[in-house]
Design a binder for this molecule. Structure first.
Ligand code: GLU
Length: 478
């Protein structure tokens, strides 16, 4: 049975890279009818952010990445929050000490800073010097009796090599002298992330681990832990980074979007998931649009690319617009309605939604697009000049003056009626459609681009506002 886990740290922020990890992790499990688990990795209490766990819950709910076990979904392997598992880790750390794979370290901050400074001076990477490995049993006993604070460190050999496997990067071998004797248990007996992840992945029967490539360098140390316990090593998939551009990683520090930022900007959850699925994974066909269920069927982690991908907001925006076009009309109207609060009361909001659905790429474009319905913009007369429509300011003045009585003489502002009145006028004068409709649309919207044509806009405004706007243009053009 495949069991995968998404193991975020509650940082208060769902990075796009993390969400992609969650997605791939989910897909691997679901493709084989396995279990997808949510585990909160909160052992780094300094990084803890209030409300951060709720953000994780909400994003996973929103995106449909439903987990089978997690802090709020009971399972056989709980608790699913690392700080609630604190009691478990010490026992395993002690086992390693017994076997010689770990040791107590009593070095104080002063000594460690000194070592760090030395390393900096000598231009070398800081590595703990195994000072406490040489303490005799007696010395250790005495220090423990004196209640001297200690940490437990992994004891990595300085000779030989360690080998592990990654699905994307293959077999990787590193010399052991490169491996830091990392801290497993801190002075407060809280495990480090580096230790807890191995213990928990084993205890939770995790079969596949998807994580960012930044963890590749830690993988040999984890490998040594698995080997020390004689535990089966899970399958590793270290995903390449998502980049902002050729050289910079996508990151909060670079001011880049999180999932919630994208939602706030008006992107749809389904479009975000679809887009990030393709950031590093290519389907076998040319198809680009996938629902979550289709992703489950088509996803194959062996096709994840080894090279980094660039987060292209333009492509996401395009994809989002395609999702919007395909959206259920009612649902679209429900979402857009919240932008309509300040609109004049006569405006038919349902029709407006229909006009917007084929036009917008993201929801937050709406206020700017519909602004002209509230206030006529202070427009420049050059909007009336259109090469293709063969309109000039002069021709526009003539047309507007001629059509004004048509609008004045009717009280039926349905789209059909306005259409037929204008068509009658156009054909009786043998004009081209655009030659007449362009100036009317410009006069009503005050813009050279707006949703809807002459008849839709006059229907939205109804008689008074239509006449008012036509007259303003006639005056401006005269
Ligand atoms: N807690 C780690 C993070 O948020 C998880 C890494 C992993 O999946 O093991 O980056």
């Amino acid at each position: 049975m495949i069991r995968t886990r998404f193991a975020p740290s509650p940082t208060g922020y769902m990075h796009i890279g993390n969400l992609r990890t969650a997605l791939y992790t989910y897909l691997i499990a679901k493709k084989e009818n396995g279990k997808f688990i949510l585990r909160i990795e909160d052992t780094d209490t300094e990084r803890f952010v209030e409300g951060a766990i709720d953000i994780i819950f909400n994003v996973l709910k929103d995106t449909g990445l439903n987990y089978d076990e997690g802090p709020d979904i009971p399972g056989d392997f709980g608790p699913y929050v690392q700080s609630e598992r604190k009691h478990l880790y010490e026992e395993y750390a002690e086992k390693l000490v017994e076997k010689g794979h770990a040791y107590y370290c009593f070095c104080n901050e002063e000594r460690l800073s000194h070592l760090r400074e030395e390393a900096l001076k000598n231009n070398t990477v800081f590595k703990y010097d195994k000072h406490c490995l040489n303490l005799s049993k007696k010395e250790i006993q005495k220090k423990l009796e004196n209640q001297e604070p200690y940490v437990i460190r992994q004891n990595n050999p300085v000779e030989g090599t360690t080998t592990f496997n990654d699905i994307l990067y293959g077999e990787i071998t590193v010399p052991n002298f490169e491996l830091e004797d990392m801290i497993l248990l801190k002075t407060d007996k809280m495990p480090t992330y580096n230790f807890a992840n191995v213990i928990d992945d084993h205890l939770m029967n995790i079969t596949h681990i998807v994580r960012g490539k930044e963890y590749l360098s830690s993988a040999p140390k984890y490998q040594r832990l698995y080997e020390a316990f004689s535990w089966e090593v899970p399958i590793y998939i270290h995903c390449p980074h998502i980049m902002k551009n050729e050289t910079e990683k996508l990151s909060k520090r670079n001011g880049d979007a999180s999932y919630n930022d994208l939602i706030d900007k008006g992107y749809l959850s389904e479009a975000i998931i679809n887009y990030i699925a393709l950031l590093g994974w290519s389907p076998s066909s040319n198809e680009e649009f996938f629902t979550l269920d289709e992703l489950i069927k088509n996803f194959d982690y062996k096709n994840i690319s080894k090279s980094s991908s660039i987060f292209d907001i333009k492509k996401l925006t395009w994809m989002n617009s395609e999702y919007i076009k395909k959206m259920d009309k009612e649902k679209f109207h429900e979402i857009t309605s919240k932008y309509y609060d300040n609109l004049p009361s006569q405006i038919d909001r349902k029709l407006l939604s229909e006009m917007l659905q084929s036009r917008i790429e993201i929801f937050t474009q709406i206020p700017e697009i519909i602004d002209f319905l509230i206030n006529l913009p202070d427009y420049d007369l050059s909007i009336f000049e259109h090469k293709k429509m063969k309109t000039t300011k002069e021709s526009s003045l003539k047309i507007l003056t001629e059509v004004l009585p048509i609008f004045e003489n009717t009280n039926n502002y349905s789209i059909e009626n306005i259409n037929s009145l204008l068509n009658e006028y156009i054909s009786s004068n043998s004009y081209k459609n655009g030659f007449v409709l362009w100036p009317i649309r410009c006069a009503l919207s005050g813009k050279n681009s707006s949703p809807g044509g002459a008849s839709e806009l006059s229907y939205l405004f109804k008689k008074d506002e239509t006449l008012r706007r036509l007259k303003i243009s006639i005056n401006k053009l005269s």
